[in-house]
Design a protein around this ligand. Structure first.
Ligand code: CMP
Length: 138
């Protein structure tokens, strides 16, 4: 399914009151929300979701951060979804993110960067399936 991507509003985005602002940016940019939930990752969930980063020095910090409060998880649909969504969120480090991007507007640091966006069609499918069953996707 190449027209979908997966996103999370991370704990910092939720804590700082940006759920509405971020969803507004997403829908205004032409993404359709086909699945969405308010949830919290367990330590086990976060370690599995970020397994690709398990050898990185920031892995422990990343798991701690991603589990410290609720997140909004969603599957988004649009032509060229993965690439267009990564352009909308901006660089991982908000200091390097372009004007008008979600991270420029709402992220506070490279670790606490407000949103996740899948980096490939393959990962979008894997990450979407991690959070949603078929019956939760519309
Ligand atoms: P994201 O690209 O969504 O997924 C991997 C996450 O690891 C990234 O967002 C950041 O939240 C986090 N991350 C990446 N680099 C660093 C870093 N240097 N220090 C702390 N966290 C990081």
């Amino acid at each position: 399914i190449t027209n979908r991507t997966f996103t999370m509003i991370k704990p910092d985005g939720v804590e700082n009151g940006h759920i509405g602002g971020i969803l507004e940016k997403i829908t205004s940019a032409g993404f359709k929300i086909v699945a969405m939930k308010y949830t919290q990752l367990s330590k086990r969930d976060a370690e599995a979701f970020y397994a690709v980063h398990s050898e990185r020095p920031f892995f422990g910090e990343l798991v701690e951060f991603m589990t410290r409060g609720p997140i909004v998880a969603a599957i988004l649909e649009k032509d060229n979804a993965v690439e267009d969504f990564r352009a909308l969120i901006g660089a991982t480090n908000p200091a390097e993110a372009a004007e008008g991007t979600i991270r420029k507007l709402y992220a506070t640091s490279i670790g606490e960067n407000a949103v996740h966006g899948s980096d490939s069609d393959e990962n979008a499918a894997i990450e979407g399936a991690f959070h949603f069953s078929g019956r939760e996707i519309f």
